[in-house]
Structure formats: structure tokens, C-alpha cells
Design a protein around this ligand. Structure first.
Ligand code: DAT
Ligand code: MG
Length: 176
């Protein structure tokens, strides 16, 4: 994969409903690998307060309690992904938020294929440049996005990278 235009970063999360099924998790990882550079990957479990903080914008919604409980109910997997139009591309792969709609109008999307309910809908993806920045910092506080853009983005764009089977992320090719 080589790109003419600058790469964009987004945050993608595989939610607890999908991580609970090893085959689904592996399938989702492969689909991500086919379409993105994987910059970081982290398997984690949220405390309830992480869930509440992350979804603060939905506080007061009728589904908020259900949502925060679900998102802290078990392991999930977060990724920083890169490609030219990463934010909209990943949102497109995910499909509609509502699983009923996803099943009927977008059956080939991830939510269309694997979504269980409007809450247990398989994946999360940042919806704008601002939220990607905020959400990457939330999940990967040690990741220096500006520095990555300056130092690594040009090398990734040229495709001078390799996939590490063990850590399941792309890294810069070893120079010798
Ligand atoms: P998205 O995850 O597509 O960005 P969102 O930001 O509007 O959607 O909502 C965040 C999550 O909240 C969503 O993935 C699942 C839950 N949610 C949203 N609307 C819901 C609804 N009407 N009923 C139940 N859960 C809902
Ligand atoms: Mg959202």
C-alpha cells in the first residue's frame, strides 16, 4: 500500500460483543489489516468511569446507562489506524449505528454482519478530525500524534513498512 496524499489517523474500537468471539475478532483484525496501516493496538478493559467519561456527550440519553455498562462489561480492542481518508473510510466499513438499519440497508458492513443490538454494535470509530484527536489521546495517552505525523507519516506513505505478526501492528522497515 502506497499513498499519494497525506495519511490521516483515526481511532477504531472493537467493542466487547465482538471481542468475546475470537473468530469475529480475528476476522475484524484481518479486514482492518487489508485496508489500513495499523499504527497502535491495545487490548484493554474499561472501568465504568472510563466508559462514562468517553461517552459523556450521551449523558442523559435513554440508552446511556446501557451503553456505559456494556462498554465496561468486558475486554475490547482499540487501534490507531492510518490511511488517506481513515475517518470516513472506517465509518463506512462500520455501517450505520442502528443495527436494524445496518442489517437491512448495509448488510456488508461490519455492524450489518456482526451487530447484535443498537448498544452491542461491534465497533466504534471517530466521526471527525477533532474527535479522532481527542479519542486517540483518550485511548493512547502516550502516543505523540504530531510527532508521528512529522516523522513516520512520510515513511508509511511510501510503504516502507512491515507488518509484525506478533505485535499485530505495522512498523518502519529495519534499515541496515
Ligand atoms: P456511533 O457509534 O455510530 O458513532 P453515536 O456516537 O451516536 O453512534 O452513539 C454512540 C453509541 O451509543 C452507539 O455506538 C451505540 C449507542 N447508541 C446510540 N444511539 C443509540 C440508541 N438509539 N439506542 C441504543 N444505543 C444507542
Ligand atoms: Mg459516535
Amino acid at each position: 500500500m502506497r499513498c499519494a496524499k497525506a495519511l490521516q489517523l483515526t481511532l477504531a474500537v472493537i467493542k466487547p460483543d465482538a471481542v468475546a468471539h475470537p473468530l469475529i475478532l480475528e476476522t475484524l483484525h484481518q479486514k482492518i489489516l487489508e485496508n489500513f496501516f495499523i499504527i497502535r493496538k491495545n487490548d484493554l478493559v474499561w472501568r465504568r468511569e472510563d466508559s462514562e467519561n468517553f461517552y459523556a456527550e450521551h449523558a442523559g440519553c435513554y440508552f446511556y446507562q446501557r451503553l456505559v455498562e456494556f462498554m465496561s462489561s468486558g475486554p475490547m480492542r482499540a487501534y490507531i489506524l492510518a490511511r488517506e481518508d481513515a475517518i470516513t473510510y472506517w465509518r463506512g466499513m462500520m455501517g450505520p449505528t442502528k443495527v436494524f438499519r445496518a442489517h437491512f440497508t448495509s448488510p456488508n458492513t461490519l455492524r450489518g454482519q456482526y451487530g447484535l443490538t443498537d448498544t452491542r454494535n461491534t465497533t466504534h470509530g471517530s466521526d471527525s478530525i477533532e474527535s479522532a484527536k481527542k479519542e486517540i489521546a483518550f485511548f493512547f495517552p502516550e502516543f505523540a500524534a504530531d510527532e508521528w505525523m512529522e516523522r513516520e507519516e512520510p515513511v508509511f506513505r511510501l510503504g516502507l513498512i512491515e507488518y509484525n505478526e506478533q505485535s499485530k501492528v505495522h512498523t518502519l522497515q529495519e534499515t541496515r
